[in-house]
Design a protein around this ligand. Sequence first.
Ligand code: GLN
Length: 194
Amino acid sequence: MIIGVLALQGDFAEHLAMLSRLGVQGREVRLPEDLDGLDGLIIPGGESTTIGKLAVDYGLIEPLRKFGNQKPVWGTCAGAIFLSKDARREQPLLGLMDITVERNAFGRQVKSFEADLEVPALKDIDKKNPPVHAVFIRAPLIEKVSGKAEALSSLPDGRIVAAQQGNLLATAFHPELTSDDRFHRYFIKMAEGK
Ligand code: GLN
């Protein structure tokens, strides 16, 4: 099993560190051929406009779309924006997930915050399923899930911060910045086809 991490910009190193901690081989993805033979791909947090622009420059948009139609892809924060169909402004998007996101939804002053989230889907990973302590950094909100996309987790006020659509996973926060590896294990299971 090899999981790729899109390494154009952002915190890809933290995802690779988490994969290595879990004993899973990771691979930095910068060019279309780096996708060959991967079982899944993580798109990290960072700046979605930069990631999108570099993906255009490196000829990655179509190869990434093709990959996402066949294999699991997980986007965290900027990665979730990049996976979406609609970010309500012009920027390169993969458009794979039926979600509308609002970038920087939590305003400028409060750039980052942490919150405990209930994520029922993680019950398969840990039966006790304690809340996920989630780190939000200039995070987007998942304003709307439509089509086959489903909400996986929301803030206490009901605003959606994680969603799944079959093989595609989006989180507005950063599990790779905590020691809680349940989301990575959840994604690895998706990549194993379980
Ligand atoms: N604010 C960034 C964007 O709009 C996302 C921030 C992040 O990935 N932590 O792309």
